[in-house]
Write a protein of this length. Structure first.
Length: 149
């Protein structure tokens, strides 16, 4: 169903890692460690500044992959993995994009499920990779039928 989307990607989108957004995110996930939210703690750290919580990239903008649209309703979040080269720093610009890495179908009790793997990437302003994330989304039979209609 979505095999033709493998390899398609979004354009890069610039995201600024904002202190306020980092603080709100850290508080929302109940992980307001000083390295994430306290400016003095960030300055005293080995990085000399605040760093973002490890799952912060979930809120960044990766742009739109042309012709790739999934309904939010009826999807199952299967898995998410982050690979970091270094932390995200407050105030820096990160250029993000996403790519469809894989799609397969599997028979289940409720019908055929689609399993799509998305890769999200972030680079600094010099083009060096900062992180890569892989996300698995399960598309239920009901959603698949709606997409085909």
């Amino acid at each position: 169903m979505l095999e033709h989307m493998i390899g398609k990607h979004s354009d890069k989108v610039r995201n600024t890692i904002e202190r306020g957004a980092m603080r709100k995110f850290a508080e929302a996930i109940n992980d307001a460690q000083p390295i994430f939210v306290d400016e003095k703690a960030g300055q005293a750290s080995r990085y000399g500044k605040n760093v973002a919580p490890p799952t912060f990239p979930i809120v960044l903008d990766y742009g739109e992959i042309p012709e790739f649209a999934l309904e939010n309703k009826g999807l199952i979040h299967g898995e998410q993995i982050y690979h970091y080269e270094r932390p995200l720093f407050v105030g820096e610009d990160i250029h993000c994009w996403a790519v469809v890495k894989d799609y397969k179908e599997k028979a289940g009790k409720s019908g055929t499920m689609g399993i799509v793997t998305l890769e999200s990437n972030g680079e600094d302003s010099n083009g060096k990779r900062v992180f890569r994330a892989e996300q698995v989304i399960i598309i239920t039979e009901a959603v698949r039928k709606g997409m085909e209609a």
